[in-house]
Design a protein around this ligand. Structure first.
Ligand code: HEM
Ligand code: NAG
Ligand code: NAG
Ligand code: NAG
Ligand code: NAG
Ligand code: NAG
Ligand code: NAG
Ligand code: NAG
Ligand code: NAG
Ligand code: NAG
Length: 331
């Protein structure tokens, strides 16, 4: 039975009207490069796999690059731009300087991708793909990465100083910074689970070890056995650049031990332990869920990585596809 002529007329009119409206915000999707670079995921994952051979920490460093990119002007590879006459690089913002790493591997990935599909794949998408490869190759979940981001023409060093959470600020402030980019408490706890691998320098947590908040004592939410270990790694008056594993139990594996650690007062950063030790906090039930059920953690983590990867991407004809991730084309 065909619908009355008037209905089909209106249907056609509505579809035509829809096609005429500007598509200001194209959605990312998993098949963006299906015709133009069908093998991009395996190209990225092969380079990441190669990098793991000589650097067991590289996966952690790569996912952190994606996080620090997305929180500043959205996931637009702004973090990859070097200083130039018109760029104040985000690499020198406080949360990044002498800390963020993995740029050489990103360049190797870009070179490999350009060799197969020149001028097609954005640096912002490379960061998202490298983050997924890093997690899945470390024992964590795999997922279909949404693609179609384009690269920025600018960087925002001041934004990097204010938008990226600090390990010294309270849970309320950190929650506010996640909320400012559209991420909720579930996302905050799930994404913090990325501290299941990688390292942190003593300077990011040594305030907890000797004279916490001028009390003359260590942070009371720090497990005393763990405290002794950390004091050995980070002597008083040390340089602050020695490294500790973010997850003291399974340092390079992507698993849910991060959450069990928090229950045992073995969160390394103050911002980690606060998720479990802040009285009455909404984060606690998520920590308990993820600690008792790795499947729940992985499921939540994947969704939250997709949410983070969707922060204000440049799409359509905004921005560009950089040919060198470190600089704007033609500069
Ligand atoms: C919730 C607020 C967060 C704070 C305050 C925070 C803070 C930090 C700090 C201070 C370090 C150590 C840096 C150094 O010592 O050089 C670190 C490392 C790391 N962060 Fe976070 N982070 C947060 C959230 C996240 C998120 C959302 C992710 C990813 C989804 C992430 C992934 C990592 C990884 C993997 C490392 C280790 C990097 C490496 O070994 O190179 N962090 N984070
Ligand atoms: C993916 O997004 C691109 C750009 O918006 C679009 O051209 C393409 O049709 C989309 N693919 C699917 C399967 O939605
Ligand atoms: C794409 O990847 C598949 C599986 O990794 C491989 O068999 C194929 O040869 C690759 N194709 C190209 C064009 O690189
Ligand atoms: C880049 O600029 C920062 C200031 O934003 C400066 O501290 C740094 O030394 C410069 N780095 C290079 C390699 O030019
Ligand atoms: C939390 O945010 C407030 C308001 O922005 C700021 O004044 C305060 O210094 C922050 N607290 C910490 C510990 O960073
Ligand atoms: C802790 O720090 C405060 C402020 O700097 C200082 O007055 C106090 O003497 C310190 N306590 C110890 C035990 O070092
Ligand atoms: C650290 O340095 C301060 C002064 O700079 C000194 O009073 C203190 O004894 C030193 N502590 C250690 C353990 O060396
Ligand atoms: C300290 O950590 C150990 C595991 O290393 C755990 O058995 C113990 O319960 C923890 N203590 C506290 C107070 O959380
Ligand atoms: C663990 O979480 C998964 C995913 O949310 C859920 O399907 C499963 O029932 C949970 N298992 C237990 C024992 O609660
Ligand atoms: C645990 O987390 C999973 C994944 O987000 C969710 O489906 C489930 O409802 C949660 N369970 C509890 C008891 O909160």
């Amino acid at each position: 039975m065909s619908p009355p002529p008037s209905t089909s007329f209106f249907s056609v009119a509505i579809v035509l009207l829809g096609m005429m409206l500007p598509h200001s915000k194209a959605q990312l999707n998993a098949t963006f490069y299906a015709n133009t670079c069908p093998n991009v995921s395996s190209i990225v994952s092969n380079v990441v796999q190669q990098a793991f051979q000589s650097d067991s920490r590289i996966g952690a460093s790569l996912i952190r690059l994606h996080f620090h990119d997305c929180f500043v002007n959205g996931c637009d590879a702004s973090i990859l731009l070097d200083n130039s006459s018109s760029i104040l690089s985000e690499k020198f913002a406080a949360p990044n300087v002498n800390s963020i790493r993995g740029f050489g591997v990103v360049d190797n990935i870009k070179t490999a991708v350009e060799n197969s599909c020149p001028g097609v794949v954005s640096c912002a998408d490379i960061l998202a793909l490298a983050a997924e490869s890093s997690v899945s190759q470390s024992g964590g979940p795999s997922w279909s990465v949404l693609l179609g981001r384009r690269d920025s023409l600018t960087a925002n060093q001041a934004g990097a100083n204010t938008a990226i959470p600090s390990p010294f600020e309270g849970l309320n402030n950190i929650t506010a910074k996640f909320s400012a980019v559209g991420l909720n408490t579930n996302d905050l706890v799930a994404l913090s689970g990325a501290h299941t691998f990688g390292r942190a320098q003593c300077r990011t947590f040594s305030n907890r070890l000797y004279n916490f908040s001028n009390t003359g004592n260590p942070d009371p939410t720090l497990n005393t056995t763990y405290l002794t270990t950390l004091q050995q790694i980070c002597p008083q008056n040390g340089s602050g650049t020695a490294l500790a594993n973010l997850d003291p139990t399974t340092s390079d594996a992507f698993d849910n031990n991060y959450f069990t650690n928090l229950q045992n007062n073995q969160g390394l950063l103050q911002s980690d332990q606060e998720l479990f030790s802040t009285p009455g906090a909404a984060t606690i039930t998520f920590v308990n869920n993820f600690s008792s059920n790795q499947t729940a953690f992985f499921q939540s983590f994947v969704q939250s990585m997709i949410n983070m990867g969707n922060i204000s991407p440049l799409t359509g004809s905004s921005g560009e596809i950089r040919s060198d991730c470190k600089k704007v084309n033609g500069s």
